[in-house]
Design a protein around this ligand. Structure first.
Ligand SMILES: CCCCCC/C=C/CC(=O)SCCNC(=O)CCNC(=O)[C@H](O)C(C)(C)COP(=O)(O)OP(=O)(O)OC[C@H]1O[C@@H](n2cnc3c(N)ncnc32)[C@H](O)[C@@H]1OP(=O)(O)O
Length: 241
C-alpha cells in the first residue's frame, strides 16, 4: 500500500485497492497476495477521517459502500491473503488485516493494532465486530471493542489478533514463507473451506447492506459525531506543532 503519509483508506485509495485485487484475482497465474505498507512505520491509519467529516450524506453513503466492498472482497477472496504488518494499524487498518488469512506483525512496540473506534467516540459496526469475534473469540473481542484496545505486538499475539510476531527485518520473508505453506494446500479444498468459514459472516452484511449504509449516514451526520471527529482530526494536526 502506498498512500502517503499514513495509508488512510480514502475513497480513491479503496477504489485502487479493489481494482488491484480484481486484476490479481482475474489473472489465473496468481494464487496469493501479501498486503504490506510502503509508508515507514505505518501499515494503515484506517478509514480516512476526511471522508467522514464535513461532507454531504451522498458522499458518506458512497464512501461507506466502498468500505463495505473492500471488506467483502478481501474477506471472501479466493486468493490466499497474508498481511505483513510493518507499522501501526488502528481501526480500519486493523479491519483490513483481519480480512486476511494470516497476519505477521513486526516486533516494534510502536506498532499497535486494534479496533479503537470507541476512543474516537464512534461505534464499530456489526461486521467489524463479527470479524474480530471470528478471530479472537467473543470475550476478548468484547473487551477489546469496548475499551478500544490497541495491542502492542506481544499482546496482539497473546490475544490472537495476529498469528506471528517476528523481528522487523523478517516480516516480508516470513510472510513469503507462510504463503508457500498455504499454497501447498490443494487450492479448491482451501478455497471451499475459506468460504465455509466466512460466508455466514459475509452474508449478514450482504442482506443488511443498504440498512447498514443508512445507519452509517445517520450516525455520521449527527452534530455530536461530526464535532468529535473534527476535534480528533484537529488533535492529530496539532500534534506536530
Ligand atoms: C455506525 C458506523 C460508525 C462508523 C464506524 C467507522 C469506523 C471507523 C474506523 C476508522 O478507521 S476511523 C480512523 C481511525 N484511525 C486512527 O485513529 C488513527 C489516527 N492517526 C494516528 O493515530 C496517527 O496519524 C498515526 C497513524 C499513528 C501516524 O502518526 P504520525 O505521527 O506518523 O503521523 P501524523 O502526523 O499523526 O499524521 C500525518 C497526517 O495524516 C493525517 N491522518 C492521520 N490519520 C488519518 C486518518 N485516519 N484519516 C485522515 N487523515 C489522517 C494527519 O491528520 C496528518 O495530517 P496533516 O497534519 O499532515 O495534514
Amino acid at each position: 500500500m502506498r498512500n502517503p503519509p499514513v495509508n488512510s483508506l480514502s475513497l480513491e485509495f479503496l477504489t485502487e485497492l479493489l481494482i488491484s485485487l480484481e486484476k490479481l484475482e482475474n489473472d489465473k497465474t496468481f494464487h496469493g497476495i501479501i498486503i504490506t505498507s510502503d509508508c515507514p512505520g505505518i501499515f494503515s491509519a484506517g478509514l480516512d477521517l476526511t471522508e467522514m467529516c464535513g461532507r454531504d450524506p451522498e458522499h458518506y453513503a458512497e464512501y461507506w459502500k466502498a468500505v463495505q466492498e473492500m471488506w467483502l472482497r478481501f474477506y471472501l477472496s479466493n486468493l490466499v491473503v497474508i498481511a505483513a504488518i510493518n507499522g501501526v494499524s488502528p481501526a480500519g487498518g486493523c479491519l483490513l488485516s483481519l480480512t486476511c488469512d494470516y497476519r505477521v506483525l513486526a516486533n516494534n512496540p510502536k506498532y499497535a493494532i486494534g479496533l479503537n473506534e470507541t476512543l474516537l467516540g464512534i461505534v464499530a459496526p456489526f461486521w467489524f465486530k463479527d470479524t474480530l469475534v471470528n478471530t479472537i473469540g467473543h470475550r476478548s473481542a468484547e473487551r477489546a471493542l469496548q475499551l478500544g484496545l490497541l495491542f502492542p505486538p506481544a499482546e496482539a499475539l497473546r490475544v490472537g489478533v495476529v498469528d506471528q510476531v517476528v523481528p522487523e527485518d523478517q516480516v516480508q520473508s516470513t510472510a513469503r514463507l507462510v504463503m508457500a505453506q498455504w499454497l501447498d494446500i490443494p487450492d479448491h479444498a482451501r478455497q471451499l473451506t475459506k468460504t465455509l468459514m466466512r460466508k455466514p459472516t459475509a452474508d449478514r452484511l450482504l442482506t443488511e447492506r443498504d440498512a447498514d449504509i443508512q445507519n452509517f449516514v445517520r450516525f455520521i451526520c449527527k452534530d455530536s459525531i461530526q464535532k468529535s471527529l473534527h476535534a480528533y482530526l484537529e488533535k492529530l494536526k496539532q500534534k506536530k506543532g
